[in-house]
Design a protein around this ligand. Structure first.
Ligand code: BV8
Length: 256
């Protein structure tokens, strides 16, 4: 944290902000041990790209492979804990009049950290839904019920018997309309937009910071690496979420 300099005018903007919009990506969960989306294809899954696994076509082509990938990711998430970055956003929400938290992540770690009303643009892998009727099923119940190798994969909906799928948005699928509308509205009405731990490559989430910038709002990128949006940002804080976000909270609430 010693080499992190927070611009004083950014802190002033944060102190006067009435509405803070925050967009997070896989990077904020990296410090919880969850591989980022681009890294999720390591080890067991090294031979597959996200497009091989996170699409309706992949699920139609090989439902067991895709289902098992999500089971592997759910196991990682179940073992993970929210980190200082997630917790800092809970703290920030208590220090500003209004904070809208928008996440691309499907790991549920913001909610487990204590954030409320999280806008989950891409769904949540701890939930499943069925192909025939869209029944929602808690994945933990499904995983617990499967008697080992003999289980059907993907398992069948306990309500209607049709195959289950992860309740996430795959490439080529539309985002939940209400979630996207809420996210766009917050990006347009905020005073300050923080983009945290995202490569800013996946649409339409990657365009949310532009909704703020096009309306003259202040936008900040928090990421150890540059992204395509960095040149357009008012501030770029080159650091990890687990370091930068607690520093912003400390600057806002020195006595805290
Ligand atoms: C849509 C859920 C309308 C699943 C995800 C061709 C056909 C169809 C669509 C398209 C097409 N071409 C383009 C598109 C649009 C497509 C898209 O954007 N593709 C990209 C690849 C170009 N988008 C869609 O399909 C979306 N739907 O457009 O519907 C439509 C419909 C039909 C036809 C056309 C259009 C749906 C997109 C949602 C996909 N689902 N997730 C799952 O997770 O399994 S997206 C997936 O990527 C994750 O949600 C992930 O969060 C998200 C974005 O990635 P990031 O979060 O940014 O993660 P990434 O690994 O990339 O980067 C991590 C960053 O963290 C890095 O910058 C790193 O430096 C940083 N970092 C690392 N450590 C830290 C850190 N930062 C801070 N602190 C640290 N410690």
């Amino acid at each position: 944290m010693s080499d992190l300099i927070l611009p004083s005018d950014l802190i002033t903007t944060l102190q006067h902000a009435r509405h803070l919009a925050v967009l997070t990506g896989a990077g904020i969960s990296a410090e919880s041990g969850i591989p980022t989306f681009r890294e999720a294809q390591t080890g067991l899954w090294a031979n597959y790209s996200p497009e091989d696994l996170a699409t309706p076509e992949a699920f139609r082509r090989n439902p067991k492979l895709v289902w098992d990938w999500y089971t592997w990711r759910r196991e990682l998430v179940a073992k993970a804990e929210p980190n200082a970055g997630h917790r800092a956003l809970v703290g920030l929400a208590q220090l500003v009049p209004r904070l809208t938290l928008i996440t691309q992540n499907v790991d549920g770690l913001h909610t487990r950290a204590g954030s409320t009303d999280v806008i989950e643009l891409h769904g949540n892998l701890t939930r499943c839904t069925c192909l025939a009727a869209g029944h929602l099923v808690d994945a933990a119940l499904v995983d617990a019920a499967l008697p080992g190798e003999t289980a059907v994969s993907p398992p069948l909906c306990p309500h209607c018997g049709s195959p289950l799928r992860p309740d996430v948005v795959w490439f080529g699928e539309n985002l939940p309309r209400a979630a996207l509308q809420q996210a766009v509205a917050a990006s347009q009405s905020c005073d300050l937009f923080l983009s945290v731990g995202t490569s800013s490559l996946v649409q339409p989430a990657a365009s949310l910071p532009l909704e703020a910038l096009e309306r003259g709002k202040t936008a900040v990128e928090i990421n150890p690496q540059p992204t395509p949006l960095a040149p357009y940002m008012d501030y770029v804080l080159r650091g990890s979420a687990g370091t930068v976000l607690p520093a912003l909270v400390a600057a806002l609430d020195p006595g805290g």
